[in-house]
Design a protein around this ligand. Sequence first.
Ligand SMILES: *Cc1c(COP(=O)(O)O)cnc(C)c1O
Length: 382
Amino acid sequence: MIYLDYAATTPVDPRVLDVMLPYFSGTFGNPSSVHRYGQQAEAALDSARETVASVLNCRPDEVIFTSCGSESDNLALRGAALAARERRGARRILTARIEHHAVSRTAEQLEAYYGFQVEWLDVDAHGMVTPEAVEKAIDDGTAVVSVMYANNEIGTINPVAEIAAVCRQHGVPFHTDAVQAAGYLSVDVDALGVDMLSLGGHKFYGPKGVGALYVRKGTALVPSQTGGGQEFGLRAGTQNVPYIVGFAEALRLTAGEREQRAAHVRSLRDKVIGTVLEEIPNSRLTGHPGQRLPNHASFAIQGADGNLLLTLLDAAGFACSSGSACKTGNPEPSEVMTAIGLSREWGLGSLRVTLGSHSVPEHVEKFLEVLPALVAKTRALH
Ligand SMILES: *Cc1c(COP(=O)(O)O)cnc(C)c1O
């Protein structure tokens, strides 16, 4: 099998696993305990928080550890919306249809159950949200704005620093989902000017089931999960020390190796994009041609059943995706495909190829050898 689905998840880096292992059984204390077991666990937690803060260029007490990227998005959106309504009477949420469901479904729930009103920002044909679109829609009644840093399905990178500046001018908190971006783009929250930023460990060679939310000092948030006072009162629950230690190490390694990793995958990605567009008739690139993640190639193939193509690729030994990992089995085109203006006939034929640390030119060559015949077969069966 050849793995070409690094946007869905990445394997844990062996260096990350090594630093995690002592915290499962040796140093197993509860960081909230007073005794020495607790102190040791707390020291590990503090050190992980400092590591994350140094990569994010923020203060350690602005880092909230969570159970995953989705939870970080939930805490940011729900927490900021509820706090803004309480403080300013604001009831509108600005976000986009291209967001991960962790954001868009949360926004929908806030509308359905909590009396908020969601305004869906326009995106262009590349799935990009512009600062102008935000400027047009934002006002005093806006509780929170959420625009993702880089899109998981189509790889497009949004101008988040410019969007953050617009939000700042209006005094509205701005959240960005950087779960997919963090593997390849700088997450310096000071340079980006964001108020909240979500991360998830398993997208950059850390473990699954652990994430973080950056919350700028002074940003009002109502916690999603109530209970003990862990994580500065913003996220109750005994911290998952081994996973948090692994998360911090994975982020530290990613920040240090970002350029090499990007250079490694970029040439492979360009080969995939160039060859697919050349050899598959009626295929097109989805997402931005230039402003896209360096490991990310995504396509729409007219008249091809994306899910069937994935099954045939799997049988041939290749693991790819048709978009978000959660979409398998869904007969409708994803919301992202619809948002960028693709018809059903194009949108159902989506294919995502994402590269990573174990990808080598031979993987890409083999994939490109088998793909045209499998696409033809899919079309014939359609
Ligand atoms: C994977 C992903 C998430 C969800 O992260 P989990 O840790 O799997 O919950 C959210 N947003 C984006 C953009 C993602 O790629």
